[in-house]
Design a protein around this ligand. Sequence first.
Ligand code: TPP
Ligand code: MG
Length: 437
Amino acid sequence: MSAAFSSVRAIRRPGSFAGEKHSPPVASSKFASDFLGCAGRLPFGALSVSIRPRSARRRGLSSVVAVSDVVKEKKLKRSSSSSDLLITKEEGLELYEDMVLGRTFEDMCAQMYYRGKMFGFVHLYNGQEAVSTGFIKLLKQEDCVVSTYRDHVHALSKGVPARAVMSELFGKTTGCCRGQGGSMHMFSKEHNLLGGFAFIGEGIPIATGAAFTSKYRREVLKESDCDHVTVAFFGDGTCNNGQFYECLNMAALWKLPIVFVVENNLWAIGMSHLRATSDPQIWKKGPAFGMPGVHVDGMDVLKVREVAKEAIGRARRGEGPTLVECETYRFRGHSLADPDELRDPAEKARYAARDPIVALKKYILENNLASEAELKAIEKKIDEIMEDSVDFADASPLPPRSQLLENVFADPKGFGIGPDGRYRCEDPKFTEGTAHV
Ligand SMILES: Cc1ncc(C[n+]2csc(CCOP(=O)(O)OP(=O)(O)O)c2C)c(N)n1
Ligand SMILES: [Mg+2]
């Protein structure tokens, strides 16, 4: 391990907000009628309560908070009898490991960012892990994932090694994009992770195209085994962007094998979802285009997983797209440059009390799926992976200067001719001040 990091790297355990003091949890029933549990209120009646069957409301166990009439409610039983459990021991441990990996990785990112190891904006995913894990752990290697700028954890869930993600963040040649993408542009052909997009909404058409590819291969090229599904993740703020509507229309029209997953964390930088959106119930936009719309508690990986199973299965069977709105929350500011002073501390505390990792741990222990020692062993393994990924990234070389103009689609000669009559791109000073390579 490099001496520069060894003494001060701290690994934070789930359940604690990064750098923030814990406020006492607020009783959830007080906010039961609030949309997504946030402080603001819906401009009209809380639909999530009104459309759920009475029995489901009484049980309070349904994975689906609100749903269009296309999707039937799943009856989820929770009991200590192993046959009724939502997950097997192996599944529980896999979910736990993936969520702890995501959380621990992001906390390490914060440390490395503030230590000057990363450049540009870095957006962390803390709090939203149940969405990534709940969906991606059900996918096959051939299935595609399209992310946003909050993409490190999606990459990890899809199987991109922590070393490759950390190195990419450090801008090193061993990164999954050879250091050319950075935090917001994770990509891996091998893992069918199609990016990482800094511009909001940009990934949605790419995902729609990937889903079209699967359908084309199966129906036109007659590759009967091509049942690949694409999952597109994006935020609530992004749903006010035109590309979202265009792609929903196209996906429904062509019955594409895609799941649109909205990670509704209630905020778009400092803009509250309730202030920015004419109808904040995003899931309702699915039925408007002729596809199921589902609203699920995104702080509960088991509920997300149940909804994901249904939506992914539907896409794989060739039955078309689904829009899933996951109620979630980010435990940190918009990016690591955001002091996060706008959001109400009471709102933050309410969601901190619903930490998805703590909830899964409780479920595993209460149902005797695994022991405390087994979970500790996973946490230790992840700590070792973190140390290793930072050491690896730190020791890796920076890209050579010659890499700078690779993958630039415009003819580099288009940069013009300098006063010495040579192409500007051939002048070593051309990139001076923009990169230190
Ligand atoms: C096309 C475009 N417009 C504006 C921005 C600036 N911008 C960066 S993040 C963001 C908010 C997105 O919020 P949301 O979709 O809810 O995602 P979250 O950050 O909450 O995950 C905006 C408007 C951008 N990146 N791209
Ligand atoms: Mg958001």
